[in-house]
Design a binder for this molecule. Sequence first.
Ligand code: PCA
Length: 199
Amino acid sequence: MLNILLTGFEAFLGMKSNPTEVIVRNLDGETINGNKIIGKVLPVDFTKTSSVILEHVEEHQPSVVISLGLAAGRNRITPERIAINCMDGEADNAGNQYDGQKILEDAPDAYFSTLPIKNMVAKLQEHNLPAKISNTAGTYLCNQTMYTVRHHIETNKLNMIAGFVHIPAHHELATVNSKLPSWSVKDLEAAVKVIIGEI
Ligand code: PCA
């Protein structure tokens, strides 16, 4: 049995909830395809998120790290191809804001996902769950999380695959924002299970 660390995020940018938090709490402790899911919710805080996820990695020694984040406005499941060494965008939940600074000095510009992103997209599409590879994880906490975990794995030569998957908003967020495409939590969770099944 492999340990799969599945992370989500707390709510951010004034939104009242985050579907990734709901999914990760629902799946924590489940066994999927004989693999144990360890679900953890991360803070949206540039100064804390990296150390929190790396502590979970140290404690649980997973073989796989799948991090989930909300991409409000996207209409499909988007496994990310790459994370870049850059922080930019809106202030986080603690009020920290960056303007293009590096996540880590003297570290590579980018890391590719080591999850089977092509197979994940193909399998989701087979299940009528719309999916597409994304070539940008942005420059906010989701990008920072994937970059940090991939850097930790490469630097320590760990036998661990890791990457990031952005998911659309759930209906709860769309009820208060008419511009948001949205999915049911049930379908989002089904998609995450398909993704885990491809590992
Ligand atoms: N999405 C944000 C951060 C937290 C989340 O769920 C992002 O895309 O960076």
